[in-house]
Design a protein. Sequence first.
Length: 207
Amino acid sequence: MPVKKLITTKVGMTSSIDENGAFKAITLLKYDDHQVVSIKTTDNDGYDALVVGISKAKKLPKSILGQVKNSKIMPKMLKEFRLSNKDDSSDINVGSQITADVFSVGEKVHVRGLTKGKGWAGTIKRHNFHRGRKTHGGRSYRRVGSIGSMYPQHIFKGKKMAGQMGHTNVTIKNLEVALIDLDQRVIGLYGAVPGPRKGLIEIRGLK
């Protein structure tokens, strides 16, 4: 099985109507050049992986420049694609390109992305708490309420309270590939994926 991974950018959403007349939402993701910069092996590095240079840059920091000096490319970012026993990397060499043709329409994939940050949020917005009554002397409208007791005299970890909402890595599983356009370098998935427009989304095939 080929290495089924891509780092894409979220373009936006569109829709389609299937043969049964049902409306389906599609998220469009665009990918750039994926070129193998180096190959890590178990003997040398302790694990098998591909170091992939993504997109192109005019100038590189020294931390990346030292890693790509033998590949003669100028990638904007570097990502490691871990290889499993099912991945077939025998025909992959330094300089090989990875494109969306490793996927097929109708295939199930997992996607991972950084959700939109919502800032500091209270318990009603963050955890769907109910507000307090506004009649008969009620004063606790949007307060958290009791957060502990006399024992054990501290707040348990994971207690639902106000705090930072969003801006976390989320994986959406088993999304179906709706379309693949190799000329435009676009891949479409049925359903929604996390993150804003222009956010980075990782697509990987099922193991």
